[in-house]
Write a protein that binds this ligand. Structure first.
Ligand code: AMP
Length: 221
């Protein structure tokens, strides 16, 4: 395994992006850049920006492109991403964001955009049972709770259901995914960067498929 990777992970809500991106980041020793986690941290800090972002998030709406592009641009300027790369989780989400990302990266081109494919029925079931740590973002479920009384195993934070994992917001987010994010799959296909992996099975199964996809691409180039 070569350390370092420049990956975008796509997939509808519930496809397992957060879990898999955290594992990929450990495996390739690169930062996990989750725009959702960045926005939730801003919301917790109660800044003006955080309060506005929270309104979009709680309604299941997308935060405007210019805001998101600015946020990611700033993060990609840190030295860690220049040295080894990144796993981008939740960005890009629109064609405009994908164009902006390609421009930001310039010669540091992406290795791949990997789409984790999952039937909507399965995604809905997973989102309904998902629970997250409201401090570090670690992901649990009603079937796989933390060891002690909904307290995070990693940081001791409270493990809760996300506001946007309520049924109304879930429906809105899945509609937006089909409208805005699914076309990204076509965009990356056209740019010869797309690989699709099956999101069904255990987290270990899906992780093996993701690493296999990147290694196959590296061997082919
Ligand atoms: P996530 O944790 O990736 O599901 O993101 C949670 C919420 O944050 C989304 O439903 C959006 O409201 C917002 N968000 C995260 N990433 C983006 C993005 N790239 N563009 C617009 N909104 C975003």
């Amino acid at each position: 395994m070569v350390p370092g990777a420049r990956l975008v992970i796509l997939g509808k809500q519930g496809a397992g992006k957060g879990t898999q991106c955290a594992r990929l980041a450990r495996h390739y020793v690169v930062p996990h850049i989750s725009t959702g986690d960045m926005l939730r941290a801003a919301a917790r800090s109660q800044t003006e920006f955080g309060r506005k972002a929270k309104e979009f998030m709680d309604a299941g709406e997308l935060v405007p492109d210019e805001v998101m592009i600015g946020l990611v641009k700033e993060r990609l300027e840190y030295e860690d991403t220049a040295l080894r790369g990144f796993i981008l989780d939740g960005f890009p989400r629109t064609a405009a964001q994908a164009e902006a990302l390609a421009e930001l990266l310039g010669e540091r081109e992406l290795d791949l955009a990997i789409d984790i494919e999952l039937p909507t029925e399965e995604a809905l079931a997973r989102l309904g049972s998902r629970r997250v740590c409201n401090v570090c973002g670690a992901i649990y479920s009603t079937d796989k709770a933390p060891y002690v009384n909904w307290t995070c195993d990693h940081c001791g934070g409270e493990v809760v259901q996300r506001e946007d994992d309520q049924p109304e917001a879930i429906r809105r987010r899945l509609v937006l995914y089909e409208e805005q994010t699914a076309p990204l799959i076509a965009w990356y296909l056209e740019h010869d960067k797309l690989v699709t992996v099956d999101g069904l099975g255990t987290p270990e199964d899906v992780f093996r498929r993701l690493v296999g996809a990147l290694e196959a691409k590296r061997q082919a180039t």
